[in-house]
Ligand binder design. Structure first.
Ligand code: HEC
Ligand code: HEC
Length: 483
């Protein structure tokens, strides 16, 4: 099947498998009305380790005729090569391995340009392809190539790249594709916000400053064009119609977990899980801002960012045997921990340096401040230490950067925002992603270094010495998995 229908292969096979094997679509499927092309039904649902997600599209169905699913370049790839509806609109190692096995590693996902560990790797045999695409197979990581800006405050003094390619003109940065759903809530585009453009005195401005950004919908159009020229190796820009169609499609998608293996239906007993409630969630630039309060209402920052499971707070865990009740109570406790568990934030570039505070007492929601979405409502890339030398694993490159003025040295697996601004203080800074449907897209963080949700919680517990008990860790995981 993959060899015959190249452009839509993943999505179609995913759809067919779902239709044949697991009829989990919701009944309110408007997709057939007045539409005769290829589509996935609304509330298209996929299994994950913790249960099942679903995607609601404001178009009434997921339109597989949208240019998002078309091969618009020269290498057979579409946006859906790396943003697959059944893999949380990104790709997961399990999903990638299946495509590799079905196509002997020849599917358009496996392209030297950025699918391989090095763009000059040998991919002439099946076994060589397995080696060449190991980062994609094991972590679902794509190789993003970005050089050191000419006017940077630092220089590259060593590139320790296990794949023998990276240099100052092109560092190899192994990053997870970000989901192309729930984009209504984002305030910056890409992990380090490189597609977010400054727009003096108009657009979305940081409170009380003349630092302003172009609207996200505009940046998404530029991003779609760059993705086509880069990932799909197109020779021509997208047409305005194609850009607009892709952006309208992406902005209409909402994805969230709808069913939990233990807690069951995530909108039962007045809970607000699932994509339909998410679509109704209020959002604007600067909503519930952590530093100055809400940009529109002027209300002070409210740390109770997540309220989906407020109605499950009253559920008393039942010692006898009601597992569903116990699981719902755990999710509500996890939500409370996310909103209120004290975290002493220190050593975070973008917070402690910019605010000149050694220790900022906060919670998960100090950084994940957007109501019921969990990203940051203004562009605020932060260095929480994911790309630190101390966390480097042998499969990752390690870059030695030297400050041209002070000769100070930082070793990092990914300089992040600093490769865009050239600023020393921006090394290791990345945006906090939308946290909805996070169960659908392991592994986590920009480099896929946390294999699962328990590993994410473990990272935070160690990084900030939070002192979570085993029971609290389990509750936090139960909550994250229900997003
Ligand atoms: C080869 C894989 C690949 C293909 C093909 C691809 N992307 Fe991506 N996409 C990525 C990766 C990797 C990232 C994150 C890169 C980064 O931040 O440095 C990303 C990020 C994004 C984001 C940013 C989301 C956010 O929260 O900031 C959007 C939007 C997006 N892609 C849309 C598209 C569209 C539209 C297309 C088709 C025109 C496309 N992508 C094709 C791999 C891919
Ligand atoms: C100091 C700011 C900060 C705090 C506090 C914080 N986060 Fe994060 N979070 C981030 C940033 C920044 C990222 C992206 C980091 C990266 O990949 O480099 C992130 C990423 C994540 C991710 C990964 C999402 C994905 O798609 O890969 C999860 C899950 C998460 N955070 C949950 C939490 C939880 C739970 C807490 C509280 C225990 C918490 N965060 C506290 C800033 C923070």
């Amino acid at each position: 099947m993959h060899n015959k229908i190249i452009t839509k292969s993943h999505v179609l096979s995913a759809a067919l498998i779902m239709l044949l094997a697991a009829p989990v679509f919701a009944k309110d499927d408007h997709s057939k009305k007045g539409h005769h092309g290829n589509h996935l039904p609304n509330m298209f649902s996929s299994e994950n380790e913790h249960g099942r997600d679903a995607t609601f599209s404001t178009a009434g169905f997921i339109d597989l005729d949208n240019p998002f699913f078309k091969s618009l370049g020269t290498n057979g790839r579409s946006c859906a090569s790396c943003h697959i509806p059944s893999q949380g609109w990104t790709i997961t190692p399990a999903g990638v391995q299946k495509i590799f096995d079905e196509t002997d590693g020849l599917d358009p996902l496996f392209r030297l340009v950025d699918g391989a560990n090095s763009p000059i790797a040998d991919v002439t045999t099946l076994e060589k392809r397995r080696t060449a695409y190991s980062m994609l197979l094991e972590k679902g990581n794509i190789r993003v190539g970005i050089g050191i800006p000419a006017d940077a405050e630092f220089e590259l003094t060593n590139a320790d790249d296990p794949y023998g390619y990276a240099n100052e003109n092109e560092l190899s940065l192994f990053r997870r594709p970000m989901p192309t759903t729930n984009l209504k809530f984002i305030s910056a585009v890409m992990w380090e916000g490189r597609e977010t453009t400054l727009m003096p005195n108009s657009g979305d401005c940081l409170y009380g400053t003349d630092t302003c950004f172009s609207p996200v919908a505009f940046d998404l159009g530029t991003q779609a064009n760059h993705a086509t020229l880069g990932h799909a190796e197109a020779l021509l820009d997208l047409t305005d119609e194609e850009r607009e169609a892709i952006v309208a499609f992406e902005l209409g998608l909402f994805t969230a977990q709808i069913h939990d293996n233990d807690a069951g239906n995530l909108s039962a007993e007045k809970a607000l899980g699932g994509p339909k409630a998410l679509k109704k969630q209020y959002y604007y630039f600067g909503i519930n801002d952590t530093l100055v309060g809400d940009y529109q209402t002027g209300e002070p920052f409210n740390p109770a960012v997540m309220s989906l499971y407020d109605s499950w707070d009253r559920i008393k865990p039942n010692k006898s045997s009601n597992n569903t009740k116990n699981a719902r109570a755990a999710i509500a406790r996890g939500q409370a921990l996310f909103n209120t568990k004290p975290i002493m934030i220190s050593g975070v570039k973008g917070i402690n340096d910019d605010l000149n505070i050694n220790v900022l007492p906060g919670t998960c929601t100090t950084c994940h401040n957007t109501p019921n979405s969990g990203n940051h409502s203004t562009p605020m890339p932060l260095d929480i230490g994911i790309s630190d030398e101390s966390r480097r694993t042998p499969d990752m490159p390690l870059y030695t950067l030297k400050n041209k003025a002070t000769n100070e040295i930082i070793k990092t697996t990914d300089p992040g925002r600093a490769l865009i601004t050239g600023k020393w203080k921006d090394i290791g800074r990345f945006k906090g992603p939308v946290l909805r449907s996070v169960a659908s897209r392991p592994p986590y963080f920009h480099d896929g270094s946390a294999a699962d949700l328990p590993a994410v919680v473990e990272f935070y517990n160690n990084r900030f010495n939070i002192g979570l008990t085993e029971a609290e860790k389990a509750d936090l995981v139960a909550f994250l998995a229900a997003l």
